[in-house]
Write a protein that binds this ligand. Sequence first.
Ligand SMILES: [Zn+2]
Length: 320
Amino acid sequence: MTDKKLIGVDLGGTTIKFAILTDKGEIQQKWSIETNILSDGQLIIPDIIDSINHHIEMYGMTSDQFDGIGLGSPGTIDHAKGTIKGAYNLNWTNEVYPVCDIEKGTGLPVTIENDANVAALGEKWQGAGNNADDVVFVTLGTGVGGGIIANGKLIQGANGAAGEIGHVTVDPNGFMCTCGKRGCLETIASATGIVRVARDRASEYAGDSKLKAMLDDGQDISAKDVFDLAKEDDDLALIVVNYVCESLGFVLGNIANTLNPKYIVIGGGVSAAGDFLLNKVDKAMRKNEFATIKDSTKLRLASLGNGAGVIGAASLIKVD
Ligand SMILES: [Zn+2]
């Protein structure tokens, strides 16, 4: 425990969010800048360095008042080398060196982690994970990401790729996934997956449905539209939502059987569907759970929203 501050940085494809936190996880200052992905994303790291230095100075602080900087980023993290590879939404096609560069630019120690993992750490520390030692986080956004904390530690895996819940196979004969496999959870339960399922089911649906009419009319629909219509008892929308929730519950039930976490937390844009989603997934999850797990693993909605990333990133450099 120190009384020094932490800096959390959440690097995304459109914005970079920053926060200064106490070691107890209270946000004292926060700000954000646009992510400039031009010139192969070469300006991103210099922008992060400038923004941190500028704000430390603006708040009348000095770098020795901080324990360090935690950074959450898309892409594959090499923890030993402090590098990130394959963050395509940042136009980073080659390996980049944020740890070395930001340490040099700010004079502060830097720790990096995958963005889904930092969101998991954030929800564990200050959100729905209630600071439990065993928390699984799944984020339903454009894709499906995940992070696993077991015995109080983030599970990174042999090659830093643990927690890829989005690529658990639900249907070996299902839709093609961007990863090259078929039937990954992401092809069904991500925002894009839900729309894909809706189009697929609509093509063989002959009943009365507003969703069907919208699709037949060539309208653009979103995952939110599908959930909103399901809440209004639209028949096709309910077929889609039930399949999505059954698939999610199938995967989460099996993860619960494997890890017996205290909490499984659902976040990301799709989780805005709220208790309607939670109750359906919970029911499906319980159907796939072993008896002891049913009593001890609880499903919850994420509570930090967009703030999970900076909080989790800051927790990377927290001194216990
Ligand atoms: Zn996949």
